[in-house]
Design a protein around this ligand. Structure first.
Ligand SMILES: [Fe+2]
Length: 256
């Protein structure tokens, strides 16, 4: 499942890559479904979709008990709910320099990161293809969520507010002693458990095969996480649809 040592790595670094019980055929089905949903059309190389897909391989991943169980451990929660899900595919782009984006998608106070249950999202980047350091690895700066969290805790305008999803580019982040970004490499079927409050971002694919990922996020049942209005509406619509499509014994992962 996930070891105490791996949870500690997540707490400190903001990301840890672990094995999953997913089978080769589950990963192959998800890979084919991503290719169907996100085909390559020049001149774009990076594709994504969020909370608007219902292909069975995706539903199987969303409701797989592994993600619920690991999220409960990581968030120190008795129960967790699905927050959002997404798919991503980055196709090879020849003849360009390696480059990557850097941003946070949400920010927390230090006390949110230490609360029990955690007042934060547990995000999974499930790798549907192998990811080497040339195949569009996700880049991230270890411990940057803690630096930002300490800063927000000090500030009375950010302390105690409900954490809300909002992208902030690196250029708009406070100047703090961040460590250099490192690539996350993994085998297909492994998952990176990540907080998107670390400075992170997608990179270009200099390899010969597409890099595919399935992303799913959870929060502790009693913890509120804010969403911009358009994303909240999309989430409610998706949750309503998932209620009709998930297996009856898995419906408890959906918000009421
Ligand atoms: Fe992000």
């Amino acid at each position: 499942m996930i070891t105490e040592q791996q949870i500690e790595r997540f707490d400190i670094d903001g990301a840890v890559t672990i094995d999953t019980p997913l089978t080769t055929s589950e990963i192959a089905s998800a890979s084919a479904a991503i290719s169907d949903h996100l085909p390559f059309r020049e001149p774009r190389y990076r594709y994504g979709a969020s909370s608007d897909f219902f292909a069975q391989p995706f539903l199987d991943l969303i409701q797989h008990p592994f993600f619920e169980e690991v999220a409960k451990r990581v968030l120190r929660a008795d129960g967790v709910k699905l927050f959002q899900s997404a798919i991503a595919c980055t196709y090879p782009q020849l003849g360009v320099e390696f480059s990557f984006d850097q941003h946070t998608d949400i920010q927390y106070c230090r006390s949110d990161l230490q609360a029990e249950p955690r007042r934060m999202l547990c995000s999974y980047f499930l790798w549907i293809s192998d990811v080497n350091d040339r195949r569009a690895p996700l880049m991230f700066r270890p411990e940057s969520h803690l630096l930002i969290g300490t800063e927000r805790e000090k500030n009375s305008s950010t302390r105690g507010v409900v954490p809300t999803v909002e992208g902030v580019k690196m250029s708009n982040l406070p100047e703090l002693p961040y460590v250099d970004p490192i690539p996350i490499v993994a085998k297909a079927g492994q998952v990176s458990v990540l907080t998107t409050s670390t400075v992170h971002g997608a990179s270009v694919n200099l390899d010969s095969e597409p890099r595919k990922a399935f992303i799913v996020t959870f929060h502790a049942s009693e913890v509120e996480i804010g969403l911009p209005a358009n994303q909240a509406e999309m989430k409610h619509k998706y949750d309503r649809e998932l209620k009709r499509r998930l297996r009856p014994e898995r419906l408890h992962i959906l918000a009421a």
